[in-house]
Design a binder for this molecule. Sequence first.
Ligand SMILES: Nc1nc2c(c(=O)[nH]1)N[C@H]1C(S)=C(S)[C@@H](COP(=O)(O)O)O[C@H]1N2
Ligand SMILES: [Mo]
Length: 408
Amino acid sequence: MKVANRRKFLALGPALGGALVGCSGEKKQQAAAEDDGPNRLGKPVSEYGERSQFEKTHRLKPETKTPEQASTKTPLAEIHGMITPSALHFERHHAGVPALDPAKHSLMIHGMVERPLLFSMAELKRLPSVSKIHFIECAGNSGSEWGAKPAPDAQTSHGLVSCSEWTGVPLALLLEEAGAKKEATWIIAEGADACKMNRSIPIAKAKGDIIVAYAQNGEALRPEQGYPLRLVIPGWEGNINVKWLRRLELTDQPAMSRQETSKYTDLEASGKARQFTFVMDAKSLITFPSGGRKLEGPGFYEVRGIAWSGRGRISKVEISADGGKTWQAAALQDPVLPMALTRFRFPWRWDGAECTLLSRCTDETGYLQPTRAELIAVRGMNSNYHYNGVHGWKVEAGGNVTQVVQPV
Ligand SMILES: Nc1nc2c(c(=O)[nH]1)N[C@H]1C(S)=C(S)[C@@H](COP(=O)(O)O)O[C@H]1N2
Ligand SMILES: [Mo]
């Protein structure tokens, strides 16, 4: 009875049954002849796993003459679940990926501390550790939405966010060991890449949930993610998650480095700039259907996507299939973790007419993702960073899914 009802509700027959019904006896024989795989001996065991030769999902290479100072993005529309495979984590490098030998790498903690410390990787790994699932998002993610020409697909528009399980030592523990002096109000974190990228972190966050991470999704960090050591600063803009971490200096003022003055500041309409805008505000994205796809015809579809907030857990995601006139709650997939990607799902029946699908999310602080107009009213149009407006995709009558060009 239940099953029958569900069938009726989904009405998958007309949408998906064609292939089964159309599989004639001749075709079945042909398929069986080609598929004698189970009778043949397969590949032997291996030392390190690889994905199937039939899987081609990849990051698009940027068109640039300086690939060492560039970014690649996660193909969000191809990813399942909340964890980004390490090989598909987005990358953002300012001076290329250094090849650091962990046997020679060390972390120095100095400045306004009682006991300056130098840790080898082996020493760090002996200390009490934590594993936590967190997203990392570049502040420039979805920045193309500020302009009149939004990006055409999910990878290009929102792919500067990824989510991993990170393992390492709580920074708070290292600071206790070093004995932070009272006058220390900032920590300057520095990487060992060619540009020695550095950022200033307020001491309160450093005494909170920051992880000095050496592992990602169960194995050592990928070189591109900062091997052998990086900061993971839950919920804060990607740039401050310093990779190839080699030095932490406690000070009583920020460094005012390139990445926190000329870059990663947000120019407002008045001409004043916001600085130290660390937190990534709540954002959501529909990954299916999304730009570049084609719906095969009217019928049932599961609208899927991700939502995240730098302020904590996602508490609600709503979907509109009529361009924002009406909204309905989507289901959230457990576990819903603070500062982690949360997956949402929404059963949807497409009637075949052109429509606009939107998603918006609310986080546990009650913050509701703003519309583009609401965001621009507060922030103006001069920013490159921290765009988190409601996003949507247009489903054209023929089934093509394209970007929504909002009036500027
Ligand atoms: N040392 C160092 N740390 C760095 C960077 C860098 O170029 N050098 N890029 C930053 C930026 S801008 C971002 S968005 C994140 C990207 O992290 P990922 O490449 O692991 O995705 O790392 C940050 N940490
Ligand atoms: Mo970034």
